[in-house]
Design a protein around this ligand. Structure first.
Ligand SMILES: Cc1ncc(C[n+]2csc(CCOP(=O)(O)OP(=O)(O)O)c2C)c(N)n1
Ligand SMILES: [Mg+2]
Length: 297
C-alpha cells in the first residue's frame, strides 16, 4: 500500500490545515465544556505532516492490514488527532461536535474499537511505545512492509515502561518503528504538593538531561527538529525512511511550544486543559484566520 496522497501537500496547505486543526480543537473543547488544549496544539504541525504527507493510509479503508500505524500514546490529546482524522476524511468534520459525549465515536481518549483511523487505544500514559514495538515486531515476523509511528509527550517520557520499550525496540532491531517526542517542556502538574495544595513545579521535566545522548546510548537513530517547522519535519521523515534498513529504530525529538498558535495558551501549563470563553474563542479565531460567529457551534 502506498500513500494515497498522489501529490505532496505544500507547506502553505499544511499551514492552513494546521490552523484549521487548531481551531477545531479549541472550538470543540469549548462546545463539549471539557478537554485538552495545550498538547493537541503543540502536536498539530507534526500530526498534519504525518497524515497529509507521510503515512501510507487510505481513509476509505481504515482497517487495511497494509496501512502504516499511528499511535497517539499521549492519549489525552485525542481531540487533536480527531481534528486531523476528520480533515483527512476519516469521518465528517461535523462529528467533532459530539466529542466526549456518551454514545459518541469520539471519546475523550482514543478508542480503537470506536473510531475509524485510531490504531491503538490510549490515555494511560506510558503504554503506546510498547504497543507500537509489539506491532512493529509482528510486522517483521509477518514480512509486512508498513511503518509504525508513536507520539509521546515529554511528561509521559518519565513513565518507566517507556524505557523498557526503548530497550526492546533496539534489541529486536525495529527499524520499522519511529517515536516522536513532543518536547513542549510542560506537563500537567509538578511535584511536590505545597501547603496550599498546589502541585507547583511545572518546569521542563527533562531540563538538564541530554535526551539525544540518552537515545543514542540506547542505540536509536536520533533526529532533533523544531516541531513547528514543516521543512524540518519533512526532513526528519526522510531520515526515517533512509534508516529503514539500519536495524535501528528512530526517535524524532521535536521541540515544540505547548498551546502553539493561540497567544493566551502558548507556553503555559494553565492551558494544559481548559474551556475557552466566547471572548477567547474570538481571539483564537482571529489569530488562526478562522470564521467565528460568536459562540461555539
Ligand atoms: C499513567 C497516567 N498518569 C497520569 C495521567 C494524567 N495526565 C494526563 S495528561 C498528563 C500530563 C502529560 O504531560 P505530557 O506527556 O508532557 O503531555 P503534553 O504536554 O503533550 O500535554 C497527566 C499527568 C495519565 N493520563 N496517565
Ligand atoms: Mg509536555
Amino acid at each position: 500500500m502506498s500513500n494515497t496522497n498522489a501529490t505532496r501537500t505544500s507547506t502553505a496547505e499544511l499551514q492552513q490545515l494546521a490552523a484549521a486543526g487548531r481551531w477545531h480543537v479549541v472550538e470543540t473543547v469549548a462546545k463539549s465544556k471539557a478537554g485538552h488544549i495545550g498538547g493537541p496544539l503543540s502536536a498539530m504541525d507534526l500530526l498534519v505532516s504525518l497524515y497529509f504527507n507521510e503515512l501510507a493510509i487510505d481513509p476509505q479503508q481504515p482497517q487495511d492490514p497494509a496501512r502504516d500505524r499511528f499511535i497517539l500514546s499521549k492519549g489525552h490529546c485525542a481531540i487533536g488527532l480527531y481534528a486531523v482524522l476528520a480533515l483527512r476524511g476519516y469521518f465528517p468534520l461535523e462529528e467533532l461536535a459530539t466529542f466526549d459525549q456518551g454514545g459518541s465515536r469520539l471519546q475523550g481518549h482514543p478508542d480503537m474499537k470506536l473510531t475509524p483511523g485510531v490504531d491503538s487505544s490510549s490515555g494511560s500514559l506510558g503504554q503506546g511505545l510498547s504497543a507500537g514495538a509489539g506491532i512493529a515486531m509482528a510486522a517483521k515476523q509477518l514480512g509486512a512492509g508498513f511503518h509504525t509511528w508513536v507520539m509521546l509527550g515529554d511528561g509521559e517520557l518519565e513513565e518507566g515502561m517507556v524505557w523498557e520499550a526503548v530497550h526492546t525496540a533496539r534489541r529486536f532491531k525495529l527499524d520499522n518503528l519511529t517515536a516522536i517526542i513532543d518536547l513542549n517542556g510542560l506537563q500537567q502538574y509538578g511535584w511536590p504538593v505545597t501547603e496550599d495544595g498546589d502541585r507547583f513545579d511545572r518546569s521542563n521535566p527533562w531540563a538538564g538531561v541530554d535526551l539525544e545522548g540518552v537515545f543514542d546510548g540506547f542505540g536509536w537513530n536520533v533526529v532533533s527538529i523544531n516541531g513547528h517547522e514543516f521543512n524540518e519535519i519533512q526532513a526528519a521523515f526522510d531520515q526515517v525512511r533512509a534508516a529503514r534498513c539500519s536495524g535501528k529504530p528512530t526517535v524524532i525529538l521535536a521541540k515544540t511550544t505547548k498551546g502553539k498558535g493561540i497567544s493566551f495558551a502558548e507556553g503555559t501549563y494553565k492551558w494544559h486543559n481548559g474551556v475557552a470563553t466566547p471572548e477567547q474563542l474570538a481571539i483564537a479565531a482571529a489569530e488562526l484566520g478562522q470564521a467565528f460567529e460568536g459562540e461555539a457551534k
